[in-house]
Write a protein that binds this ligand. Structure first.
Ligand SMILES: [Zn+2]
Length: 255
């Protein structure tokens, strides 16, 4: 993922998509260029985090305009740290789900995060898109497997032709966890720093994508940790409850 200026915002983009699968368009918002005051400065996209609603609405407008996304072409999941997924054809906020799948062109799917991983899966041949919110809850509930499985069953996609992106999230060095949470993950995802347990959720996402048939060479990681980079990203772990959210926006181009 590299950063690009777009209408005054710094957005993450994946140039590899232009070569690999130009029909997929993905933008990652960062915290710069918005209206919010500290500690939500400045492009906070999340409501219900303590920021002023007027600022969040303005920030959303800025992001949607910069990415060419009309509000009536935006679908969002409520995100409840589970593994339920909705197949959608229309804009709107979908309750009680953490993942969205669409075959609809020009419908942007959003994932909201501040440490959890946004995972985008795109079946290039069949033109099917999935956007998943993967925190430790969704990860252990199997949201990645469920997403790919659903794409297979409903649209007979071939995972070998899929492209997957793992957006910015918390790196294992920043992600200290308790014994109970660590024990829900295989030993290889548990790291030890000076006797403290840490969890490598990014590797988990990558391995899950591979285990479900996506070739390693078609999985791209953003290379950014939300907690390591306070200038660009919000981090719930680093900043506590009073922090903002970013959106990852993905859509199938109408071409
Ligand atoms: Zn980090």
């Amino acid at each position: 993922m590299i950063l690009a200026e777009k209408s005054g915002l710094r957005l993450g983009i994946y140039p590899v998509l232009d070569i690999l699968t130009p029909a997929l368009e993905v933008y990652q918002s960062t915290r710069t260029g918005g209206e919010s005051d500290p500690p939500f400065d400045s492009l906070n996209i999340g409501l219900n985090v303590g920021d002023r609603v007027t600022h969040v609405r303005k920030n959303r407008k800025l992001l949607l305009e910069a990415t060419g996304t009309p509000p009536h072409r935006l679908a969002r999941a409520e995100q409840v740290h589970g593994a339920r997924i909705s197949v959608v054809e229309r804009a709107g906020l979908y309750g009680d789900v953490d993942g969205l799948i669409t075959a609809k062109k020009d419908l942007a799917l959003a994932v909201s995060t501040a440490d959890c991983f946004p995972v985008i899966v795109y079946a290039a041949s069949e033109r099917i898109l999935a956007a998943l919110h993967v925190g430790h809850g969704g990860a252990t509930a199997g949201i990645i497997e469920k997403g790919i499985d659903l794409m297979r069953r409903l649209y007979t996609i071939d995972a070998a032709n899929c492209v997957a992106l793992i957006g910015p999230g918390i790196c294992w060095r920043c992600y200290e966890v308790g014994k109970e949470l660590a024990s829900r993950f295989a030993g290889r995802y548990q790291k030890n720093i000076k006797g403290r347990l840490h969890l490598d959720l990014q590797s988990f996402c990558s391995e899950e994508l591979k285990r479900n048939g996506i070739p390693a060479g078609r999985i791209y990681e953003s290379g950014h940790c939300t907690s390591c980079d306070p200038d660009l990203f919000y981090s719930h772990r680093r900043d506590g409850k009073s922090t903002g959210r970013h959106w990852t926006l993905a859509r199938i181009r109408n071409t």
